[in-house]
Design a protein around this ligand. Structure first.
Ligand code: ZN
Length: 86
């Protein structure tokens, strides 16, 4: 169980508009789970924050899963649908 909770990287998928495909396409990026980083930062009295910042900096932009081009405009994510409900 511990190994599962400390798997801080996973692949996030959403839908976006690709400028190369000129259409809506599935997009993806590597994402990080902030929860284990927060726990480690507390346990190490803030020392882990250095690695946390490095993990956030290493995040890649959204990419089209069809052609691999960088996509900046997202059509729908779970976060956006949450905002609409509020
Ligand atoms: Zn594309």
């Amino acid at each position: 169980m511990w190994l599962v909770s400390f798997r801080s990287n996973w692949f996030e998928e959403a839908s976006g508009y690709c400028g190369r495909c000129l259409s809506q396409a599935p997009v993806g990026r590597r994402s990080i789970n902030h929860t284990p980083h927060l726990l480690l930062t507390l346990v190490t009295c803030g020392v882990w924050a250095v690695f946390w910042v490095q993990a956030v900096r290493s995040l890649k932009p959204w990419k089209c899963l069809k052609c691999g081009a960088a996509v900046y405009k997202l059509m729908s994510t779970r976060l956006e649908s949450d905002k609409k409900r509020r």
